[in-house]
Write a protein that binds this ligand. Structure first.
Ligand code: ARG
Length: 658
């Protein structure tokens, strides 16, 4: 049961004859920050009273008279200017905890009205190695997939891979000109990745060489303008100060752009072999674009190469997904929609939504400066066209009434235009959400790169996480001692390996999930694998500690679960733990309605905190009375199951010993 929702709906009923629009006021029932104001608190009387010009305290008393909550809470108390404090009845808590303890779903109900959701996540561009940027979409998307499914929604997860984009032109050009056949034989994906990087760096080199003088001109002009303005600006003039600030940041951004371009040039020129290749292929960027165009036009040779490359690339992606334990119901790449694109454009035109502009076909959305380009002047369809076809397909084939896109925040403009266009075009009731996320940063607060400046490959990142976890697991085990201080390590090598996988991969996932997804975050190994703090490791230890108590007490857990001694609430720490456990559904509902995994990590972190307090105050194995011991064992078993289930919904595993 979602207790918060239950209270809110009781409030909505009570408020119905006091206001026309009770819902937003009912939503003002919240968990209390401080136990002395009860377990939950309603703050609706104040704003409602203001609206109606009445006394808030009196209104609060009126609300209480109308409230029908006596099965759940003690008589509500009105405090201060009109806060309504609600204390759950212990009888209610006891009945709920008993019911939830015996329930496989730990008391979590399925939603009443399941949605048909297509969840578009991970969706990397294939033929480029996966990097740390792909982690976020994969990990956040998977947590949503698991949680939404658990709550009873019908979810189709779809890995919308970029398997038809311009990277193929680059690879095809690279393959035709630079392939190392032996290397390709041995490891095609690695060789294709090398070719991609090579073609990319040569194209970037030429574009840097030709763009640099212009940039330098602009910098010179910006600097002299700044100098002039600095000399003339009135320090008291706020507007002028603001303008100066803007100019300074322009200068800075030009400087860093130039620095970047120079680095690209230097990286080629410092290597004579590369430089020779660059000189021999001056028009490489254009040629690569031509290869893409030929592929899209159905050129047999390019199509043959594409068909050879794609399965290899998908195979290598699957290796990463396997390690991450991330799975999809569908993998429908962009290429699957190609046959549909001309119809999409024709339909948009027929409905008067798309028209020609400078040779391109565009959808203009009222109130939006940028058009949504669905066909370029050269006839090529775009990312936008593919996404429109995809929406239509998902509505038709999957009856979807909700589509979630777990994609980098930098694509927010694209999704805004996509959603607006879909609303005008299809006129169907479908929830469209860009579940956007920020960037993973390095120590330098710039997008996370290796020391050589490459983006960090996902596979090597996972390897590193596991090897770091291995050290932590080993040193923790080696430091275990008996009462006389003699070492008592308990894990053999293969168990240590297994645990390291779980801790390492879990650590990376949790570190990502516990941030507000919209924020950028700094990738930090030490914080990620710390044994205390808001980490997977901490949660995994909390779980293992519970299993350790069962081992030490030689508790038969199956028998414990059948035991008829009820769970007792006699100590405040017990009550507090019970209440937290009963709020699991509330956390899942909130996470699923805002698509924010950090709501669940926050809940689990707080739960682990409650557990620590509980151990401090309430001996378990050493409890004096048998009934108390049994009750407390049941409580920690319940807590362990909530932690395991909660982590599982985040895609993180646990171990019985660590
Ligand atoms: N392949 C795209 C990229 O790597 C992301 C695709 C997201 N999904 C979508 N339907 N547009 O940027």
């Amino acid at each position: 049961m979602n207790i918060l929702h239950e209270l809110q709906s009781r409030f909505a009923a009570a408020l119905a004859d006091l206001t026309d629009n009770p819902e937003p006021f009912a939503a003002m029932v919240r968990p209390s920050q401080d136990g002395k104001f009860g377990d939950f608190q309603a703050n609706c009387a104040m704003p409602m009273a203001k609206q109606n010009g009445v006394n808030p305290r009196e209104l609060a008393l009126k609300i209480c008279e109308r409230l029908n909550v006596s099965d759940l809470v003690e008589p509500p108390e009105v405090a201060g200017p009109g806060f309504i404090n609600l204390q759950l009845k212990d009888d209610f808590l006891l009945a709920e905890v008993q019911r939830s303890f015996s329930d496989e779903r730990l008391g979590v109900a399925r939603v009443n009205t399941p949605k048909d959701i297509v969840l578009d996540f991970s969706s990397p561009n294939v033929a480029k190695p996966m990097h740390v940027g792909h982690l976020r979409s994969s990990v956040i998307g998977d947590a949503l997939q698991r949680t939404l499914k658990f709550l009873g929604h019908r979810v189709i997860s779809d890995n919308h891979t970029g398997d038809w984009g311009t990277q193929f032109g680059m690879i095809i050009y690279g393959y035709k000109n630079f392939v190392d056949s032996a290397a390709y034989e041995k490891d095609p994906v690695a060789e294709l990745a090398r070719l991609y990087r090579l073609v990319n760096s040569l194209s970037e080199y030429h574009s840097a060489v030709s763009g640099l003088p212009g940039l330098e001109e602009r910098l010179k002009a910006a600097k002299s303008e700044l100098l002039f303005n600095e000399g003339n600006a009135d320090p008291a003039d706020k507007k002028a100060k603001k303008a100066l600030k803007k100019q300074r940041s322009e200068v800075q951004s030009l400087e860093s752009k130039i620095e970047g371009q120079r680095a690209k040039i230097a990286s080629v020129e410092s290597d004579p072999e590369l430089k020779a290749l660059a000189d021999a292929h001056p028009g490489i960027a254009r040629s690569a674009r031509d290869e893409t165009a030929r592929l899209h036009a159905g050129d047999p040779e390019n199509l043959r190469l594409w068909k050879e490359f794609v399965p290899e690339c998908v195979e290598s992606l699957n290796r990463v997904y396997e390690r991450l334990d991330v799975h999809f119901d569908k993998t429908l790449g962009e290429s699957a929609y190609q046959p549909l694109l001309s119809d999409v454009v024709a339909d948009l035109k027929a409905k008067g939504l798309a028209k020609e502009s400078d040779g391109a076909i565009c959808v203009f959305i009222p109130g939006n400066a940028a058009p949504f380009i669905v066909q370029k002047a050269d006839g090529a369809f775009t990312y936008a066209t593919t996404d429109l076809a995809t929406v239509q397909f998902r509505v038709r084939e999957f009856d979807a009434n909700s589509m979630l896109y777990v994609v980098d925040a930098r694509q927010s403009e694209h999704f805004k235009l996509l959603f607006e266009t879909v609303r005008l075009w299809l006129g169907v009731e479908v929830e469209l959400v860009h579940v956007s996320f920020g960037t993973v940063m390095g120590d330098d607060r710039k997008p996370f790169k290796t020391r050589s400046g490459d983006t960090v490959g996902l596979e090597s990142l996972l390897d590193e996480a596991v090897s770091k976890a291995r050290e932590i697991v080993a040193s923790n085990d080696d430091s275990k001692t008996d009462e006389d201080g003699r070492p008592t390590p308990e894990l053999d090598e293969s168990t240590r390996d297994e645990i390291s996988q779980i801790v390492g991969i879990g650590g990376i996932k949790y570190a990502d999930l516990h941030h507000n997804r919209e924020s950028d975050y700094v990738f930090d190994w030490d914080k990620m694998l710390a044994k205390t703090g808001d980490t997977a490791t901490y949660m995994q230890y909390a779980y293992a500690r519970i299993q350790g108590i069962f081992r030490r007490g030689e508790v038969d857990v199956e028998a414990l679960r059948q035991h008829d001694t009820p769970i007792l609430i006699e100590e405040p720490a017990e009550r507090s733990l019970v209440l937290k456990l009963l709020r699991f559904e509330e956390a899942l509902d909130a996470m699923a309605s805002e698509y924010r995994p950090n709501i669940l990590t926050q809940y689990l972190f707080e739960l682990a905190g409650e557990l620590t307090t509980f151990y401090d105050r309430c001996p378990v194995l050493k409890a004096e009375e048998e009934r108390v011991r049994t009750s407390r064992l049941k409580l920690i078993d319940f807590a362990g199951r909530v932690i395991r289930q909660g982590l599982d919904l985040l895609g993180i595993q646990v171990c019985d010993r660590m």
